[in-house]
Design a protein around this ligand. Structure first.
Ligand SMILES: [Zn+2]
Length: 63
C-alpha cells in the first residue's frame, strides 16, 4: 500500500502539536460543531462534540 488513503490535504512541512482554539460554535442536531484554529500555525479544523455526551436535563415538569 504505497498510496495512503487520506484526504487530499496539503502536507505541511512543519509538524507540531496544534494548539486549537475555538473560533465559533454551532449547535446542530448532530451535536455541537466547533470551528477551531491553531494558534501556532494556520491550520483549521472542524470538531464535533456528539450530542449524546451531554443529554439535556429537564428543569421543569411537562405542563
Ligand atoms: Zn498548528
Amino acid at each position: 500500500m504505497s498510496a495512503p488513503d487520506t484526504l487530499s490535504l496539503p502536507v505541511t512541512a512543519s509538524v507540531h502539536e496544534h494548539a486549537w482554539v475555538t473560533e465559533s460554535v454551532h449547535a446542530t442536531s448532530e451535536g455541537r460543531v466547533r470551528y477551531v484554529r491553531c494558534t501556532g500555525c494556520r491550520a483549521r479544523r472542524v470538531d464535533l462534540d456528539p450530542a449524546a455526551a451531554t443529554p439535556p436535563v429537564p428543569l421543569s415538569r411537562e405542563v
